[in-house]
Design a protein around this ligand. Structure first.
Ligand code: ADP
Ligand code: MG
Length: 320
């Protein structure tokens, strides 16, 4: 690497004192200290330029997003974040990029008490791979496999804005200034629902985070649980910006958009009050959007219960 060497770069941008881990950046391994008796939850997500982010993304937002998508996986399991490692390929040493990237990354890490404890740095096409570690009491992790017929289906926050932003970048959906800036922020700086995931332990029967589109990710819950679902298409929570778009755009973005990083989860009707409480405790709104049935597959209905046909797919990196 150029002027600033690999180790100087790590020292300058990715080394911070750890308080929770026993050993952070600088040795051959980091040493984490999970609470005795807890299970360790771990997940990796890689971000590749042109595939998971556009070259126009500001570096601080890219740093934020790289960690956010990983924290979202912990949230979907109801795990409490402990720490993470960062494997980074950089085309060149660009200090303005590194300063912004590490600022956005570490700010979100601080918000969630998730320490950067190690990683790897190399030269190559821009590529960011984070592995997060979290903890959860045995038997309490939220899984994709627990949905049962009769459960209600919920989603947190709003869905579809990130896809609307992507369409604006692609030039298919022109947006005015204020709308564009807001949906762009939703795409570039998603808020992982860690607090909600924790509050849903013992309440949700299954959960997943919406990364590849709501219907596609719902499909993962349904297959793993051996059930089906009815989804009320127009009950999907949308931002005012998305709600101002034509109905077909709203449905496409909300149902098949992707990059939302909201939690999609199920809970038995008897726990509806506990779901409301979890939403209130975590400060994240949740909306009931349908119910689980024993018949496999997804039945999409409009506000009056009439069947809607749909050909929405979920995002598959090898198909599009
Ligand atoms: P090794 O050769 O033993 O794998 P490295 O020379 O790759 O170690 O890294 C030196 C130290 O810096 C290690 O503790 C490693 O975890 C840490 N590190 C390397 N890259 C990063 C990074 N991008 N972010 C945080 N820590 C890093
Ligand atoms: Mg190494």
């Amino acid at each position: 690497m150029s002027s600033l060497g690999e180790f100087d770069l790590i020292a300058a941008y990715f080394t911070r004192p750890v308080t929770r881990a026993a050993l952070g950046v600088g040795d051959d391994c980091a040493l984490l200290v999970p609470t005795p008796g807890m299970q360790l939850a771990t997940s990796s997500d890689m971000l590749v330029e042109g595939r998971h982010f556009l070259s126009t993304v500001p570096p601080d937002r890219l740093g934020h997003k790289a960690l956010a998508v990983n924290l979202s996986d912990l949230a979907a399991c109801g795990a409490r974040p402990l720490g993470f490692t960062l494997a980074l390929a950089l085309p060149r040493v660009d200090e303005a990029f590194l300063a912004g990237f590490s600022r956005g990354l570490l700010a979100l890490a601080d918000t969630h008490g998730c320490e950067l404890v190690g990683g790897d740095t190399t030269q190559g096409p821009l590529n960011i791979c984070i592995t997060v570690f979290g903890e959860v009491p045995p038997g309490q992790a939220l899984l994709r496999s627990g949905a049962r017929a009769g459960d209600d289906l919920y989603v947190s926050g709003t869905v579809g804005d990130a896809r609307l932003a992507l369409e604006a970048f692609r030039g298919t959906t022109p947006l005015t200034g204020g709308t564009f800036e807001r949906v762009r922020r939703a795409m570039e700086q998603p808020a992982p629902r860690v607090g909600l995931g924790l509050a849903l332990r013992g309440v949700a029967s299954s959960a997943i985070d919406v990364s590849d589109g709501l219907l596609g990710d719902l499909g993962h819950i349904l297959r793993r649980s051996g059930v089906g679902a009815v989804v009320e298409a127009d009950a999907l929570p949308r931002s005012a910006d998305l709600a101002a778009q034509p109905l077909d755009v709203q449905r496409e973005c909300g149902l098949a958009g992707g990059d939302d990083y909201e939690l999609l989860f199920t809970a038995p009707p008897a726990l509806a009050g506990a779901v409301t409480l979890a939403a209130r405790e975590s400060g994240v709104p949740v909306t009931r959007i349908g119910r689980i049935e024993s018949t496999p597959g997804v039945r999409l209905v409009d506000g009056r219960g009439a069947a809607l046909s749909h050909t929405f797919g979920s995002f598959d990196h090898f198909k599009s």
